[in-house]
Design a protein around this ligand. Structure first.
Ligand code: ATP
Ligand code: MG
Length: 193
């Protein structure tokens, strides 16, 4: 499952759990993006913070893991590279690429889209207020239980001093507070981040 995860929230986790159940997946690998080309003009939290929040959020689930392929690769993240790297690491695995409606639409607009189909099945998940159109491609569509949570809303809440308890996992609430992420004022950065 690809995403910016800035921060990871319960919408992502419910979506992953639902897709895993419906498609009978053995494992869900969360892949935080490096520098997301779709968000090149917006400020994104350091990859190391986003990676660590994703690890914290998924730690208790034995079927959830986190991959560093996108954050360790220099330059903007393209799904084709993500899939090539995952395939190289797990040549025997049948890959399913899970992402949301908005991101899927952008990936499908990519000019070399045909190459993607040889590497993975594509599963697009929807959330309230987002229409999903497969654009005539062979994309599986799945509606996940209604969860009107977004990372944007979580960031705004922290910035304005409102709670994010129960929108993100407890450990992520504490991680955000510990490093002062999304706060208006300057706060200490993570070691090495
Ligand atoms: P932002 O608000 O910063 O865009 P986001 O909440 O959309 O963040 P991303 O990291 O961009 O989070 O999400 C990765 C993928 O998960 C996206 O393709 C997104 O559509 C999907 N997604 C996010 N929130 C939900 C949700 N509540 N239910 C289902 N899918 C979701
Ligand atoms: Mg988004």
């Amino acid at each position: 499952m690809g995403g910016t995860f800035d921060p990871i929230h319960h919408g992502h986790l419910v979506a992953a759990s639902e897709v895993a159940a419906v498609f009978g997946l053995d494992e869900v690998v969360f892949v935080p993006t490096g520098q997301p080309w779709q968000k090149a003009d917006t400020r994104v939290t350091s990859a190391e913070h986003r990676y660590l929040m994703t690890v914290i959020a998924t730690a208790s689930n034995p079927d959830f893991t986190v991959s560093r392929v996108d954050i360790d690769r220099p330059g903007p993240t393209f799904t084709i590279d993500t899939l090539r790297d995952l395939k190289a690491a797990r040549p025997e695995a049948e890959l399913f690429f899970i992402t949301g409606a908005d991101a899927m639409a952008q990936i499908l607009s990519w000019k070399n889209v045909d190459e993607l189909w040889t590497l993975a099945h594509f599963i697009g998940v929807t959330r309230p207020g987002h229409e999903l159109d497969g654009g005539g491609h062979d994309v599986s569509l799945l509606e996940v239980p209604a969860m009107a949570i977004s990372s944007t809303d979580c960031r705004r809440r922290v910035e304005s001093g409102n709670p994010v308890w129960y929108l993100v996992p407890d450990g992520v609430v504490q991680y955000i507070a510990k490093y002062g992420l999304y706060a208006r004022t300057d706060a200490p950065a993570a070691q090495g981040a």
